[in-house]
Design a protein around this ligand. Structure first.
Ligand code: PHB
Length: 365
């Protein structure tokens, strides 16, 4: 029976435990330029005892940004900033992967080049969803502009550049963000993809662009250092699909063919992603539905407490568990779990934006 403290081979790298730090938007990059800096390096290095760290979602281009203060991986200054982060984590013996992100329709013209409309597979707005403008004002999501077929290869180039930059910055892994209603998920699911070209319609067509991006990223990082995050049945950002089992079974088969290192699958009970603490106990279990289909390392995410995490790994529902909110509040989370120590409570008010408060000042044991 596996425990959270058994090592695990994840693609090319053996990780020391199965407690993963989830990708967490914190909106604290240096401005202007969305540049990772010393404060971010300190925060990640404090959490270097994770099995491995996944960074906050990181835009691959200006067009890929949807929130103020999120870091990028498309300028030289950003690559230099991320080098500070990877060096600080490696100096503490940690392992870290970067999450590659394009937000698709979940953006606002104030973040876009030339104040343009955000882009998406189809001109369909995400209802009851929102973001923040570049000057931090809450805003609903507008109707995006549908991408032309010939633009897709340009976005693939942006992902390639992002992956190449991540490699130059010293990351051990990259995770492709294919979840939570951002660009690649918008292509996958038929609630947001009504395209009539080769990138819409059938499941095969809807998965084509996300898989082309994945192949491009594997071409740079190697299959043993690439993972993907998906959120089947997730409703955050107004997502829906008419047949999630068929869709995600197809996509997971394609991941198996490519032998990617890990699949990071979000439980839909954690329904509001970054937006709240609600748990929907009636949501389907994706570890039940999809764990057996995937041949690589299966990481499960979404509202786990310590006991549930222990059980999930013991019962082979997952190979590893990723923790978000409790990793924010407990930089030494693996040690606390191992010693049954109590956990610091998290403060949601300091999750997004601001300075060191609620970021690098949570105490260790
Ligand atoms: C957010 O910024 O609210 C956010 C970002 C990435 C996610 C989910 C939520 O996957």
């Amino acid at each position: 029976m596996a425990t959270l403290f058994d090592s695990l081979k994840v693609g090319d790298i053996t990780i020391p435990n199965r407690i993963i730090m989830a990708p967490l938007t914190r909106m604290r990059s240096k401005q202007p330029g969305n540049i990772p800096h010393e404060l971010n390096a300190t925060y990640y290095a404090q959490r270097a005892t994770a099995g491995f760290i996944l960074t906050e979602a990181t835009q691959i281009s200006q067009q890929g940004q949807g929130y103020p203060g999120t870091p990028g991986i498309h300028s030289k200054e950003q690559v230099d900033g991320w080098k500070k982060v990877t060096t600080a984590v490696h100096d503490k013996g940690g392992i870290i992967g970067l999450q590659l992100w394009h937000v698709g329709r979940i953006s606002h013209p104030s973040h876009q080049p030339n104040g343009a409309l955000p882009v998406a597979p189809s001109a369909i707005a995400a209802k009851n969803s929102g973001t923040y403008t570049a000057d931090w004002k809450p805003t609903p999501i507008l109707v995006p502009r549908a991408l032309e077929t010939k633009e897709l290869s340009l976005i693939i180039e942006d992902y390639k550049k992002g992956a190449k930059n991540a490699k130059d910055a010293g990351f051990d892994f990259v995770e492709l963000h294919m979840a939570n209603g951002y660009l690649l998920d918008e292509f996958l699911q038929d609630g947001s993809n009504k395209r009539e070209d080769n990138y819409g319609g059938s499941i095969e067509n809807r998965a084509r662009f996300p898989l082309e991006v994945l192949d491009a990223v594997i071409g740079i990082f190697g299959k043993g250092r690439v993972g993907v995050r998906i959120s089947p049945y997730g409703t955050f950002n107004d997502m829906q699909d008419s047949d999630p089992i068929k869709l995600f079974s197809y996509v997971i088969d394609e991941f198996n063919k490519r032998q990617i290192a890990f699949l990071d699958c979000i439980e839909p009970r954690a329904t509001s992603a970054g937006g709240g603490d609600d748990i929907n106990a009636n949501a389907p279990s994706t570890s039940e539905l999809f764990r057996k289909k995937f041949k690589g390392v299966f990481i499960s995410a979404g509202g786990y407490n310590v006991e549930e995490a222990r059980k999930a790994v013991q019962n082979n529902k997952a190979d590893a568990i990723s923790f978000g909110r409790i990793f924010i509040a407990n930089p030494d989370l693996p040690k606390r779990i191992q010693t049954n120590a109590s956990l610091n409570p998290y403060n949601r008010a300091t999750f997004y934006g601001g300075d060191h408060k609620g970021y690098t000042d949570y105490p260790t044991l």
